[in-house]
Design a protein around this ligand. Structure first.
Ligand SMILES: C[S@@+](CC[C@H](N)C(=O)[O-])C[C@H]1O[C@@H](n2cnc3c(N)ncnc32)[C@H](O)[C@@H]1O
Length: 279
């Protein structure tokens, strides 16, 4: 029987589902381990299913979701079902959001916290994950959602759980530089950091309380060069803006058209991304 296609569990800003085919076609022919230090919704990991992977994201509740799925898809599914069965509406959403934020503040990372994240992702405005300076999830309720909305594809959750258990996948929740400490010659690294802003008004980096600053982007560019020098194969995607082109001058580039969600009204627009490759 062919393997089931794995899909992201969450809608995630900057998700790479639309670029997956292009990324897959541009993977190196051979590599040892697969590294993805900015995992997000996991579109690329789940699309490629590498047999040996080391994946990371700084967002703790997000990495908890994958850890809980790996441990037991059924525990998460059971809790999402209970949430789906609850009375629909704004009051329940805000109570669930408070419960989630209290659990995150207490670092009570369990199957319920994972289920709340899945459930809110379907009911919050635009499926956006955004936190304030204190790290509290603050996206409002989306009134336009169907009342009997189902929050999950159970078969997909089970298939992701099986992949995470059966393949050799290491998961960490740290800064991207630390997540690459173990990369060696012949490994492949895919970097999809928060974007360099196109302009001062078009920035979204609030996946984590600290945001992602231009000095983080400088650190990332320096890390790219170090990994290149040690013989790893490296691919990076970002906004196609002059700053990115200048920082990665000398490497192979490809320009790609993408559809983007606008945070303010849920409409779509097109943009350009650049893929930087050292091979
Ligand atoms: C553009 S998203 C990745 C999207 C992903 N490729 C997908 O398909 O969904 C960037 C991710 O970087 C994470 N992040 C932000 N700062 C980080 C840091 N310093 N180290 C590691 N991850 C970080 C965010 O939590 C976010 O999930």
């Amino acid at each position: 029987m062919p393997e089931r296609k794995l899909c992201p569990v969450l809608k995630w800003a900057g998700g790479k589902t639309q670029l997956l085919e292009h990324i897959a076609q541009n993977m190196p022919r051979a590599c040892n381990r697969y590294f993805e230090p900015f995992l997000g919704g996991g579109a690329v990991l789940f699309g490629l299913r590498p047999p040996q992977a080391s994946v990371n994201d700084r967002n703790e509740p997000l990495m908890n979701l994958y850890a809980q799925l790996k441990a037991s898809a059924e525990s998460v599914i059971e809790r999402v079902r209970a949430l789906d069965a609850a009375p629909v509406g704004k009051e329940f959403y805000y109570a669930a959001r408070d419960r989630y934020n209290a659990k995150v503040a207490a670092r009570d990372f369990d199957a319920e916290c994972a289920a709340l994240l899945i459930w809110m992702n379907k009911r919050c405005y635009n499926g956006l994950y955004r936190v304030n300076r204190a790290g509290r999830f603050n996206v409002p309720y989306n009134h336009n959602r169907k009342a009997n909305l189902k929050s999950m594809d159970e078969a997909n959750l089970r298939a992701i759980s099986a992949y995470l258990r059966e393949a050799d996948v290491t998961m960490t929740c740290t800064d991207f530089e630390q997540a690459c400490a173990d990369v060696s010659a012949g490994d492949f690294v895919y970097f999809d950091s928060p974007y360099v802003p196109e302009s001062d008004t078009a920035r979204f980096t609030d996946y984590t309380a600290g945001g992602f600053t231009m000095s983080d982007h400088e650190r990332l560019a320096a890390l790219f060069r170090r990994l290149d020098a040690l013989g790893a194969k490296v691919m990076l995607s970002n906004n196609d803006v002059p700053w990115v082109r200048a920082r990665y001058a000398g490497y192979r580039t490809q320009s790609l058209d993408v559809r983007r969600m606008m945070n303010c009204n849920g409409g779509r627009r097109t943009g350009k991304e650049v893929l930087i490759l050292n091979y």
